[in-house]
Structures are given as structure tokens and as C-alpha cells.
Design a protein around this ligand. Structure first.
Ligand code: HEC
Length: 431
């Protein structure tokens, strides 16, 4: 909840500061100067993909020049951007960048912040080159793109001005015939200044073609993750002999786009998720199986509450897991899935995926190449922090919680336990 409050505060401030233009364009009273080369290198590698001259993917301010770092922070004008930078790179809950910094890079930032962020003089200065263009693109020619659009129309979707956070859903009837496979997934970024992250779900619950709706509380219960994208994720390319099953024409896709418009003006966007597909099935068909737990009750003010869900599949042959898509809501802090070799009694484990700093805003696919053998058990553990005075339960609304790992595995459907094959979930306790 803290995050939402902060966002509102910075959005309001942004509107107050920005007379007509956007937030990054305020009159420059910050001191000029140069950045030390090592600091410039860390900003280049870890920050400027979002904190660009025109900030992207929900980042509130640019971090390109020395002056950018000397400006008052939007969320707290009493402090400078570099001061907040020194804190956020160590923030255990909301680290910057969302995927964390390497220890060597942290040391560079720490030393500079401790010295009071001095301007550089002489030969050891560096510059940051902000990205141009609109972010990553697919490594293949997409055959289908599910994009944001105005209700019932092909026109771009209009994101309201100064809207802060919003979560919009777009429904599409499946254009596939049931034999089509995906060979790659990737983003189609249109307006990076308002796009935050995107998730494509599939569902068998009937939708309305072309519908646009607020996602909160309106996601069908059977919605399953197909692919997701957050800044930094370059897309997922499947191995050459594996294709991901796509549901046929009776199913629906829901594109969930998380917007973050801090500008006062409305903005158009037609971003989406693109798929490369083939109608000549590849030797191995992969499908998404849901692991985790729906048995969630996080006590009031719990600092670190763990929820664990086991999957005991009935396997006759090995299963290849080629990707994980961890999914929790805003109280999720960490998620891991371990493979317990030979079942719980044996104790020897293989880590399938371990996300110690989970961020709702950076939900991506983690590729893997891991074998599950007959007799193995998969244990998924989610950790939550609940700042509120009431218990939080499982549910689809953002204020409810989830603990799922959507794993992409082949042979399709093999990773399932008794009764879970059709639902494509492997959760030992009944949902
Ligand atoms: C993937 C995109 C992305 C990357 C990469 C990124 N940021 Fe951010 N940053 C954001 C978003 C979105 C916000 C606003 C939400 C929030 O505060 O968590 C933000 C907010 C911040 C804030 C808070 C500003 C305020 O006024 O409160 C600081 C400081 C910051 N980032 C520093 C950094 C630094 C330093 C790096 C690199 C080491 C970095 N960020 C990398 C997206 C990013």
C-alpha cells in the first residue's frame, strides 16, 4: 500500500510542477557538473533503461546527467535524487533497479553517496547515453500481437492524465486453431513513457471481444499465465525443438497492461505482447502448469509470512521445465520453487527458480533447463509482508494475494497430480 501512496504523491507533485509539459521538463536550477565515470557506468547499465531523459516504464524522473541527480526528489522535495538513490539501491522490499544491483556496482554508488555526491573533475569523468527508440523488440517476426486498444476499436487506448497507477485489461477471442504453437514471446512497446508491465493470460471463461475493463476484481478464476513482460525482459525464445501449446478458438486471451501515467496530459498507447507461432508442430509440445498454493491467510501486520504449496506429480517419464513465471500481488516479497529429489524424505533439492526480491512491477519469465524425475516433489514457497490490520486471503483483486509459479514444461500436461491434468495445475491441496 505504501507504494500506491507514494505514487499518488509523486503524481500530484508532478502535476503541480509541470505547467504544460511533462514532469521531467521543469526549469533547470540544478547545478551543472560531470558524473564520475564509475557512477556513470552503473547508471548506464542499471538505471537509464527506465530513468531515461524522458523516463520510461513508470520511472518518475531522469537519471542521465549530474544535474538530474542533484534535483529535489519528486516523492520528497526536501531530499535530493542522489540521496534517495543511495537508499533505494539497498531497499529490501523495493530495490532499484527492481532486479537488484551487483555488489561491485552497489559499492560504487555507496562510496559516491557517502562522499556527498561530488561533481567530477578531470580525466575520470563519464557520461550516460540515454536509450533512444522504444525498448526491446522480438528476435523473430511476430505472427500475432495482442495490443492495447480503445474499447471495440483498433485505435490506441487512451491512458488518462495524472492517473498514476492503473491496471487495464483487453479481451481477445483466441485466433488459434488448437494446433498452433508459440515459438517465442516478446513485447511490442508503443508508448514507453506510460507503460509499466504487461501480462498475457488465457481463460476458458467467455469474454466480450474488444472489451476494455479494469482488471482489479474482474479476472476470471481460471485465468492462466501465458507470458509476461516487464522492463529489462527481452522476451522468451523457446528451444528449437519445443513449441508452447496455444488454446484454440473456444478460449480467450486477456492482455493485462499496467499503466503509470504521471504526466498531466492523457497519452495514447498500443503496446502489447507479440507471439511468433508455427502451424507445423515442433517435436515437443510444452504447456503451462500452475504450481503454488491458494491456501493463503496472511495475519495482520505479519512481517514475513510463508505460504508453501507442494506438487507431487504422477510421472512415468522425466519432465523438462523450460521457464518459470512467479506471480504474487503487492504483498509478495519472495518466491522460490525447489525440486525435492525422490520426495520429501530424501531432502536433496534442486533450485528451479529463486526470486529473493520479488517485485509486482517486474514479473518476468525466468528461463530454465531443468529435469523433474519420477518421484520428485516440487515445493513452491511464497513470502509476504502485510502492513495492514486485517488478514489477507487468496483472491484475484490486487488487494488479495496469490502464490503461483506458472511453469512452462514438456511434455505438455505431464506435470500434473491426480485430478489436476485438465485444470493444468499441480497443487497437492485442493483449491
Ligand atoms: C525497470 C525500470 C527501472 C530501473 C531499471 C530503475 N528504476 Fe528506479 N524507478 C522505477 C520506477 C517504476 C519507480 C517509481 C516507483 C517506485 O518508487 O518504486 C522508480 C523510482 C526510483 C526512485 C525513487 C524516486 C522518488 O522520487 O521517490 C529512485 C531514487 C530510483 N528509482 C533510483 C534508481 C536507480 C539508482 C536505478 C539504477 C541503479 C534505478 N532506479 C533503476 C523504475 C526503474
Amino acid at each position: 500500500m505504501k507504494k500506491v501512496l507514494r505514487t499518488k504523491a509523486s503524481a500530484a507533485l508532478c502535476v503541480a510542477l509541470a505547467a504544460s509539459a511533462g514532469c521531467g521538463d521543469t526549469a533547470d536550477t540544478a547545478p551543472a557538473g560531470a558524473l564520475p565515470a564509475d557512477v556513470a557506468r552503473v547508471l548506464q547499465g542499471g538505471c537509464v533503461s527506465c530513468h531515461a531523459a524522458t523516463p520510461r516504464y513508470g520511472a518518475p524522473m531522469p537519471m542521465v546527467t549530474y544535474a538530474d541527480l542533484q534535483r529535489p526528489a519528486l516523492s520528497n522535495p526536501a531530499r535530493k535524487v542522489w540521496q534517495l538513490m543511495g537508499e533505494r539501491v539497498h531497499d529490501p522490499v523495493r530495490p532499484m533497479p527492481p532486479t537488484g544491483l551487483a555488489a561491485a556496482d552497489l559499492a560504487v554508488i555507496d562510496a559516491w553517496v557517502a562522499a556527498g555526491a561530488p561533481a567530477c573533475t578531470g580525466a575520470s569523468c563519464g557520461t550516460v547515453t540515454p536509450p533512444t527508440g522504444n525498448g526491446p523488440s522480438l528476435p523473430c517476426v511476430p505472427t500475432h500481437t495482442f495490443s492495447a486498444h480503445a474499447a471495440g476499436s483498433q485505435a490506441p487506448f487512451t491512458v488518462a492524465g495524472a492517473a498514476g497507477n492503473s491496471n487495464k485489461c483487453f479481451a481477445f477471442r483466441s485466433p488459434f486453431n488448437g494446433t498452433t504453437q508459440a515459438t517465442a514471446f516478446g513485447p511490442s512497446v508503443n508508448n514507453a513513457s506510460v507503460l509499466h508491465h504487461m501480462i498475457l493470460f488465457a481463460t476458458d471463461t467467455p469474454q466480450t471481444e474488444g472489451a476494455v475493463f479494469n482488471c482489479d476484481g474482474n479476472m476470471p478464476r481460471d485465468a492462466r499465465f501465458v507470458t509476461g513482460w516487464a522492463p529489462g525482459n527481452m522476451g522468451t525464445v523457446l528451444p528449437g525443438d519445443v513449441g508452447a501449446e496455444l488454446p484454440g478458438a473456444s478460449a480467450w486471451f486477456i492482455l493485462q497492461v499496467h499503466y503509470w501515467n504521471v504526466q498531466s496530459a492523457p497519452a495514447d498507447d498500443a503496446s502489447g505482447l507479440a507471439l511468433c507461432t508455427t502451424d507445423t508442430p515442433r517435436p515437443h509440445a510444452a504447456a503451462v502448469t500452475t504450481l503454488g498454493s491458494a491456501d493463503i491467510a496472511i495475519p495482520p501486520r505479519a512481517q514475513d509470512h510463508a505460504v508453501t504449496g507442494n506438487c507431487t506429480p504422477s510421472l512415468t517419464e522425466p519432465v523438462h521445465i523450460i521457464g518459470s513465471g512467479p506471480h504474487m500481488h503487492r504483498r509478495g516479497t519472495a518466491l522460490r520453487t525447489e525440486i525435492i529429489r525422490g520426495g520429501a524424505a530424501q531432502g536433496q533439492t534442486t533450485m528451479l527458480v529463486d526470486v529473493p526480491n520479488f517485485s509486482f512491477d517486474a514479473q518476468v519469465n525466468y528461463p530454465s533447463d531443468t529435469l523433474v524425475m519420477p518421484g520428485d516433489v516440487l515445493r513452491t514457497t511464497c513470502r509476504f509482508r502485510n502492513m495492514d490490520a486485517q488478514t489477507v486471503y487468496f483472491g484475484e483483486r490486487t488487494e488479495d494475494e496469490m502464490c503461483f509459479n506458472f511453469v512452462l514444461a514438456w511434455p505438455a500436461g505431464a506435470l500434473s497430480n491426480a485430478g489436476g491434468a485438465l485444470a493444468r495445475r499441480c497443487i497437492d491441496r485442493a483449491m
